[in-house]
Write a protein that binds this ligand. Structure first.
Ligand code: CP
Ligand code: NVA
Length: 304
């Protein structure tokens, strides 16, 4: 039984296969010979807001021949405290796969363990593996292999996005620079876990010097300063992260053909300014579209 619970646990060979097949799923959209989810019903169990992830999975499951059922965690008994392992054992007898967005990574892992159906992490506090796989697909579509390139993440360096990027860098062997104030840098525990997950030539640099981190980068990447679940810390985060923003001055330090990417939703004037966002909107919305193609490849990999 395959699951996509994290990039930490995804083998490099599986990442490579998902990325390669995503190219084909994009090229052959609406012309897929075999529908790998034919006759299947998948549940999307979401405990946090979502636009892109929800829609791209619902559309992707249908385009692969399956049916998608959206379950807001608040509307099912999980919201009233029914244990994950009981929900998993019930749904596992009825559905063929699950896509879960929630807070604790352990909840997605427990669902996978008890449900007996392929389970996808659609974002937890620890990781956002589908997003980073889609982003690497987007980078490679525009610039070729990511291996040996320099990716610079700017902003909240301790949230799910940079954590997934770290595991990707270790496995696919590119340089990842994370520029964040000390308090918002990945913990020592995460750095050690990345080191243990894969022996590689990938390099991870963590710094508070965003200009140095941006210099010569092939990709500048950012994400919200206030992730879902951190709203109570909003004012404090905005104060501490002020300055860790992608703007034209920073773009000028990167390689002349550097890509600027954002996983969205974007907060202009915070992690990126309006001008830089709009100047790079074609790339950013290709990135959003590619969620669909990359996740179809993930679903196909899970059931094959
Ligand atoms: N980037 C992303 O996961 O977007 P949603 O929160 O809208 O799903
Ligand atoms: N770090 C963000 C990602 C949103 C797609 C969050 O968790 O809210």
């Amino acid at each position: 039984m395959k699951h996509l619970l994290s990039l930490e646990k995804l083998a490099r060979s599986d990442m490579e296969r998902i990325l390669a097949d995503a190219v084909v799923f994009k090229k052959k959209r609406h012309r897929h010979g075999k529908l790998p989810l034919a006759g299947q019903i998948w549940a999307l169990i979401f405990n946090k807001s979502s636009t892109r992830t929800r829609v791209s999975f619902e559309v992707g499951i249908r385009e692969l021949g399956g049916q998608a059922m959206f379950l807001s965690a608040n509307d099912i008994q999980i919201g009233r405290g029914e244990p994950i392992k009981d929900t998993a054992r019930v749904l596992g007898r009825m559905i063929h796969g699950a896509v879960i967005r929630t807070y604790a990574q352990s909840d997605v892992e427990e669902f996978a363990q008890y449900s007996g159906v392929p389970t996808v992490n659609a974002l937890t506090d620890d990781e956002h593996p589908c997003q980073v796989l889609s982003d690497i697909f987007t980078f490679q579509e525009k610039r070729g292999p990511i291996q040996s390139k320099v990716v610079t993440f700017i902003g909240d360096g301790a949230c799910n996005m940079p954590i997934s990027w770290m595991f990707a860098a270790a496995k696919l062997e590119f340089e990842l620079r994370i520029a964040a104030p000390e308090r918002y840098q990945p913990s020592r525990e995460w750095i050690d876990r990345v080191g243990r997950s894969h022996r590689s030539n990938g390099k991870i640099v963590v710094t508070d010097d965003l200009r140095k981190a941006a210099t010569g980068a092939d990709l500048l990447y950012t994400d919200v300063w206030v992730s879902m679940g951190k709203e109570a810390e909003g004012a404090e985060r905005i104060k501490a992260l002020n300055g860790y923003r992608i703007n034209q001055a920073l773009v000028n330090l990167a390689k002349p053909n550097a890509l600027i990417m954002h996983c969205l939703p974007a907060y202009r004037g915070k992690e990126i300014d309006e001008h830089t966002f709009e100047a790079n909107a074609p790339t950013i919305f290709d990135q959003a579209e590619n969620r669909l193609h990359a996740q179809k490849s993930i679903l196909n990999w899970l059931v094959s």
